[in-house]
Design a protein around this ligand. Structure first.
Ligand SMILES: [Fe+2]
Length: 343
C-alpha cells in the first residue's frame, strides 16, 4: 500500500447558465489537466470540493455542475470511485427563493440564541426541514455521489477511510451554509455552524488518526461566539482544514502549545476573470506525516493550467511542505519514538 494519500482540492465553481460558454476553456482544461496528472501515476485518492459549486443553489445550476463533474472531472481519473468525491456546500449552494418567512425567523433564532436552543431547533424535524429548504437541491445533488446506505438528510457529514491496519483518516464535512444568505455583506460575522453540528460530525471520528475538516468559509465569517470556540474545536480535533470562499490560495499552520492545524485554502476553480483560477494537489505522506501542497493556476495566455511558481516568495518550484499532527498514537510514529529512545 502506498504511503501517500493524494487529495485533489477544488473549490468555488459558481456554475450558472449565463456563464456556460465562458466556463469552457478553464474547466474543460481542468478536466484535461487532471487526466494528465492521473496518467503520470499521480491519480488522486480523493477529490474534495469545498463549496460554491452552484451560483444560486438551483436545479439548473446543479445540472451543469453534474454534467461537468461526471463528464470531465471524474471521467479523467481512471477507476475513481464516486464515493471518494467529497463535497460540502458554500454560501452560493443555497437558494434563498426557497425559504419562507417561518424559515427566516428560525434562521434568526439560530443567529441570536444560545447553543442549547440551536441544538433543540436542529433536533426538531419540522424546524430542520424549514431551515434546510434552501439547500434541498444541493442535498439531492450531493446524494447522487453517495451510496444508498449513506444518503444525506442534512448538509454535514463524516466519513472514515481505513488506509491501513494502523491508520485511518476521518473526513469532517462541515456546513457553514446553515444560515447563509449567500451575500458576503450579510454573511460576514453572521454564520453559525453550531455545537450540535460539530458533535454530530466529530464524535464518530474519535478513533481516527488523521482528521481532515472541510469547510467553505474561514472561521472569521462565523458569529462572534463561535469564532473562538470553533477554532479551539478544530485545533483540538483536526490535523488539516481545507476551505475555499475567498478565491485565493493560502496555506498556513496555526499552532498553540497543545496542538496545531494546517489550513489550506484553494482559490476559485472558475467564477469569472476577476480572480485567478486555481487548485491544489495535496499529498499526505503517512510515514512521516508531512504534507506536500502543489499549487496550480490557469493562464489565459496560452489557455493552460500550470504549476504556480510565484505564489510564495520562498516556494520556487510551486510545492510547499508542512508537518502535521495526528491523533491516537499512529503506529508509524510510535515506532520512531521507540528507536530514538534506544540511541
Ligand atoms: Fe463562497
Amino acid at each position: 500500500m502506498s504511503n501517500i494519500i493524494r487529495i485533489l482540492h477544488l473549490s468555488d465553481f459558481h456554475f450558472r447558465k449565463d456563464r456556460e460558454d465562458d466556463f469552457r476553456d478553464v474547466l474543460m482544461g481542468l478536466g484535461k489537466t487532471v487526466g494528465d496528472i492521473a496518467k503520470e501515476d499521480k491519480a488522486p485518492n480523493f477529490v474534495v470540493l469545498t463549496g460554491d459549486l452552484a451560483h444560486s443553489g438551483t436545479k439548473i445550476d446543479y445540472t451543469l455542475v453534474k454534467k461537468w463533474i461526471d463528464g470531465h472531472l471524474l471521467k479523467a481519473i481512471k477507476n475513481f470511485k464516486k464515493e471518494n468525491l467529497l463535497i460540502i456546500p458554500g454560501n452560493h449552494d443555497v437558494d434563498r427563493n426557497k425559504i419562507n418567512a417561518h424559515g427566516e425567523s428560525l434562521e434568526e433564532a439560530i443567529r441570536s440564541k444560545g447553543q442549547e436552543r440551536i441544538s433543540k431547533l436542529l433536533r426538531t424535524n419540522s424546524s430542520l426541514k424549514s431551515i434546510l429548504s434552501k439547500q434541498n437541491q444541493y442535498i439531492k445533488f450531493a446524494n447522487t455521489y453517495r451510496p444508498s446506505s449513506r444518503q444525506l438528510k442534512v448538509p454535514w457529514w463524516h466519513n472514515i477511510y481505513k488506509h491501513s491496519e494502523n491508520l485511518s483518516i476521518g473526513f469532517a464535512g462541515i456546513a457553514t451554509s446553515l444560515v447563509a444568505y449567500g451575500d458576503d455583506k450579510k454573511d460576514y460575522g453572521q454564520l453559525v455552524i453550531s455545537d450540535h453540528q460539530l458533535e454530530k460530525i466529530f464524535r464518530p471520528l474519535e478513533k481516527t488518526n488523521i482528521r481532515i475538516a472541510l469547510m467553505h468559509h474561514p472561521v472569521a465569517y462565523l458569529i462572534g461566539d463561535e469564532r473562538r470556540s470553533v477554532y479551539q474545536y478544530l485545533l483540538n480535533k483536526s490535523s488539516i482544514v481545507l476551505r475555499g470562499h475567498l478565491h485565493e490560495q493560502d496555506s498556513m499552520t496555526i499552532k498553540t502549545p497543545d496542538h496545531s492545524i494546517l489550513e489550506l485554502a484553494t482559490g476559485s476553480a472558475y467564477e469569472d476573470r476577476k480572480y485567478d483560477n486555481t487548485f491544489q494537489l495535496i499529498d499526505i505522506d503517512t510515514d512521516n506525516l508531512k504534507v506536500n501542497v502543489q499549487y496550480w493556476i490557469w493562464k489565459w495566455k496560452g489557455l493552460e493550467w500550470i504549476i504556480d511558481r510565484n505564489i510564495y516568495k520562498n516556494v520556487k518550484n510551486g510545492n510547499s511542505e508542512f508537518q502535521i499532527e495526528i491523533f491516537n498514537n499512529h503506529k508509524c510514529l510510535a515506532k520512531k519514538k521507540v528507536k530514538k529512545k534506544k540511541r
